[in-house]
Design a protein around this ligand. Structure first.
Ligand SMILES: [Zn+2]
Ligand SMILES: [Zn+2]
Length: 241
């Protein structure tokens, strides 16, 4: 076992607030240059660029975990990490089921184009759904759905002034079912329940942000299963920095 450095919160050009040069290929290249062993690609409410990201990473030194940053009805951001693209795609299907994130919702009024690309950085299309919107499903329902798909649910930037558990609920419920919480250091750690493992990630929206914050995991390999064991502190795995 050794320490693997991971940045588990990175947006591609599909996210409305991310820069257009955040292509999967560019992200992998930058992550490798920054010495990262593992990243998670976590676009807002979409799995659309995951297959390009995993394709770009194949055979390289940076492992990619398929993820998504889901916006709950309370406008809390939740990082959902999965073992497979299929699980992430099923999460997306459940998110859009029932009419949330409707196509042609005027996405261009917010941020930049939402670009879907292939492994070669060629544009495949533009996502018409308003990815900056919110689900009608509440926080606990979303965490339950992530867990039902075998995924990990992490409270995004849990101590930030916007779109966080603290900002939206006013406090952090001790009994929330998160597997871990991402902290930014913006608020005293005492406001967050001690029982949750702390993670540091960049929430990168531009190439220069990738790897600016990272977490070290003691694991046997940079895989989803090892990551899940490290977050849960099982089998000698754990968070080491
Ligand atoms: Zn967020
Ligand atoms: Zn984010």
């Amino acid at each position: 076992m050794r320490i693997y450095w991971a940045d588990l919160h990175i947006h591609t050009c599909l996210s409305p607030c991310a820069e257009l040069d955040m292509t999967p290929k560019g992200i992998i290249k930058r992550a490798a240059a920054k010495g990262l062993d593992m990243i998670a690609v976590t676009d807002h409410n979409s799995a659309g660029n995951l297959s390009a990201a995993l394709g770009c990473a194949a055979g390289g030194t940076v492992a990619v975990i398929p993820g998504m940053e889901i916006t709950s009805a309370e406008e809390v951001h939740i990082l959902a990490l999965f073992e497979t693209i299929d699980a992430a795609a099923e999460m997306q299907r459940q998110l859009y089921d029932g009419g949330d994130f409707p196509p042609d919702a005027g996405h261009k009024a917010f941020g930049t184009e939402q670009v879907i690309v292939n492994v070669a950085d060629e544009i495949l299309g533009f996502e018409p759904r308003l990815l900056a919107g919110a689900s009608s499903k509440g926080l606990e329902d979303i965490i339950g759905a992530v867990h039902a798909l075998g995924g990990l649910a992490i409270a995004s930037h849990s101590d930030r002034e916007s779109f966080s558990v603290l900002s939206q609920l006013g406090f952090f419920p001790e009994d929330a079912m998160f597997d871990a919480i991402e902290v930014t250091g913006k608020k005293p750690d005492t406001l967050l329940p001690a029982r949750f493992p702390r993670l540091h990630s960049s929430d990168a929206h531009s190439p220069d942000m990738i790897g600016r914050k990272k977490t070290g995991f003691m694991m046997e390999a940079p895989t989803f299963r090892e990551l899940a064991m490290a977050i849960k502190g099982e089998g000698g795995r754990g968070i080491r920095g």
